[in-house]
Design a protein around this ligand. Structure first.
Ligand code: ZN
Ligand code: ZN
Length: 635
């Protein structure tokens, strides 16, 4: 793994000694004085040195102007220095004018433009780029006004005969793309097919991706005469943005097969696709590509790797990347804290949070989701309450639904149901039904039947189509052995025709992703899978595994439903795992819904009887199952 070597601080660069010779090439001198990407202070230092040497002439000043960093929109106070440089330099040069346009913050370039004595096609390019940057940084800020100004610049360029220039065209395509005006973008692109290069094509791709029409981007991409790494990474990013994660990973693989070097953007977006899907093999592949190419582990790449490994169930690998990162940003810290929490390593997550704060970082709302989640998973009630208060009192972060979710979960798990209810009732935002669902689960766990019934009925009123609420309420009655009530709830549920969203499980094997549905017979190895499942069932029965008959789903379920549980998608995935995953490696499964109680027991038993490890990522957390135990502590 290679790491970025940070640039030496400017003070460490020994300025060369020059003879005060006016003939010395100004650019050469400046090049020696300035670091590669100078900040304002570096330019000021260089200017001072030139002045001391008596070399700050009108001919040198435009080069200082050119070296200035681009100021961000809104930084109007940064305009006086470039303006004074410009006024004192040889102001008839187009070079100076163009660099003034480039470095001034929006909207100064536009107001200066009519008064600039010399223009050339680059002036239009810089002016359009200034507008695009402004829109890019703040899309809400008067975009229609900026759009109008941009088309005005377009008209001026046509009038000045500069609109045939390749750079101006590229700037126009980019500008209309940033505005979201794909019609105008396409017109400029189609107008002069001979005046295009790969930058023009890439700008069109980016415009379509930004507008959320990755399909159009794909058409353009497929028609490109030459593609570079920017073209590929734009399309990968476009698919990720639209949630077409498998396609994005496919495009990434294709890029690698074609021998195109992956850039940072492609790696980061492909890692995010693998993370969202929870597919470790895919994520590892992207990591290997980055390593093979010697890509430095920048803050961005590192954060994406940490996120990918922890969301793909390999928290140890995430920690390894995290510990080795030369520079970590808030995203990397947040991913690591949340990752540890999701894997049930609450104590580690809390310690890392404390380290994060002690290193001088300011926690964000996501950091608090992580640490609260950690407290809830590890039963750290007092710590959880303390962090919840700290968040608002010290950091001024208003609790959001996710924070409430964590703290209600924490209190509910600890049996402090009444406290949790008070908290929900005092919320400033409308509570999500999920919070009441958490309370209902806590009532079931602690046998608080009356309270649970009130909450359950409330929930059914709030979300009559959500079958999970009926199931929970029925199971609450079942714990209290109120079978009549159980049947009533069940009748209510079927009369309302609630819909259960279809459950599926994913499993990776040798680079191929296999998807299983309940009772799936479509897999090419179906026969072997069902035989394997039968064998597993027999071995478990011999070992004394009895399906959880008290489970309400069995009690109220008909034959069909009982059978359905036996062929739940994760069981099919486990059986297939026995066939294709070599012994000694964990079987990794990604599930869209929560694992049902019976499958959870079944999986734990499998890990004990067959001495295998199973890692399931379900809708809300990870289950690391080993030797008959699960990291979620069966909650
Ligand atoms: Zn199940
Ligand atoms: Zn579990």
């Amino acid at each position: 793994m290679q790491f970025e070597t940070p640039a030496p601080p400017p003070a460490a660069r020994r300025a060369p000694t020059f003879q005060a010779n006016p003939a010395t090439d100004a650019r050469q001198l400046l090049g020696a004085l300035l670091p590669p990407r100078p900040a304002l202070c570096h330019v000021l230092q260089a200017h001072a040195r030139l002045a001391v040497l008596g070399l700050a002439t009108a001919r040198v000043l435009p080069h200082l102007l050119a070296a200035l960093p681009r100021f961000l929109p809104g930084a109007a106070s940064c305009s006086s220095y470039p303006l004074s440089l410009y006024r004192r330099s040889d102001d008839s040069s187009a070079f100076a004018s163009n660099h003034l346009i480039r470095v001034l913050p929006h909207p100064l370039p536009l107001s200066l433009f009519p008064r600039l004595p010399r223009r050339n096609p680059h002036s239009f390019t810089f002016l359009l780029a200034s507008l695009s940057n402004h829109l890019d940084a703040d899309p809400t800020d008067g975009s229609s006004a900026s759009r109008f100004l941009g088309s005005h610049v377009h008209a001026l360029a046509v009038k000045a005969g500069a609109a045939d220039d390749l750079y101006v065209r590229n700037a126009l395509v980019h500008f209309y793309g940033v505005c979201g005006d794909v019609g105008a973008m396409r017109r400029v692109f189609d107008e002069l097919p001979r005046v295009r290069d790969v930058v023009t094509w890439n700008a069109v791709l980016a415009g379509y991706v930004r507008a959320g029409t990755v399909g159009h981007a794909r058409e353009v991409f497929d028609g490109m005469p030459v593609k570079d790494e920017v073209s590929w990474s734009t399309v990968v990013g476009g698919y990720v943005k639209e949630g077409e994660l498998e396609v994005a990973l496919g495009v990434f693989r294709n890029m690698v097969v074609q021998g195109v070097r992956a850039n940072e953007a492609a790696v980061v977006t492909a890692l995010s696709a693998a993370a969202q899907l929870g597919l470790l093999e895919q994520g590892r592949f992207v990591h290997e590509v980055a390593q093979r190419e010697g890509m430095p582990v920048s803050a961005n790449v590192g954060a994406a790797l940490v996120d990918m490994y922890s969301k793909c169930g390999s928290v140890a690998a995430a920690r390894e990347v995290f510990d080795a990162m030369p520079r970590r940003d808030v995203f990397a810290w947040n991913s690591m804290i949340c990752g540890l929490a999701a894997h049930g390593l609450g104590q580690d997550a809390v310690e890392l949070f404390e380290q994060f704060v002690s290193e001088g970082f300011c926690p964000t709302n996501v950091s608090f989701v992580g640490v609260l989640n950690a407290c809830s998973r590890s039963g750290l009630v007092d710590e959880g309450r303390w962090y919840f208060r700290l968040m608002a009192e010290k950091y001024g972060i208003e609790p959001e639904m996710e924070h409430y979710g964590c703290i209600v979960d924490l209190l509910g798990r600890a049996g402090l149901v009444q406290d949790a209810i008070e908290l929900i009732e005092g919320m400033r935002i409308t509570p999500d039904p999920v919070l009441w669902g958490t309370i209902l689960s806590a009532c079931k766990r602690y046998g608080l039947v009356d309270l649970g019934v009130t909450v359950g009925n409330k929930l059914i009123e709030l979300e009559p189509a959500h079958d999970g609420h009926y199931v929970l309420l029925a199971s609450l009655y079942a714990t209290a052995k109120k079978w009549d009530e159980v049947r009533k709830v069940r009748r209510l549920m079927s009369s309302r025709g609630t819909s259960k969203s279809a459950g599926w499980s994913l499993m990776e094997a040798h680079g191929i992703v296999h998807k299983f549905l309940v009772g799936d017979m479509d897999h090419k190895d179906s026969v072997r899978i069902y035989n394997m499942l039968g064998m597993i069932g027999r071995r478990l029965a011999e070992a004394g595994y009895v399906p959880d008959v008290s489970s309400v789903l069995h009690d109220i379920g008909d034959e069909e439903k009982v059978h359905a549980i036996k062929v739940h998608s994760e069981r099919l995935a486990i059986a297939y795992g026995f066939i294709v995953v070599e012994a000694g490696s964990p079987i990794r499964i990604v599930k869209n819904l929560s694992v049902c109680g019976d499958c959870h027991e079944f999986s734990k038993m499998v890990t004990k009887v067959f001495d295998r490890e199973i890692i399931v990522r379900d809708g809300s957390r990870f289950h690391h199952m080993k030797e008959g135990k699960c990291s979620c502590l069966d909650y």
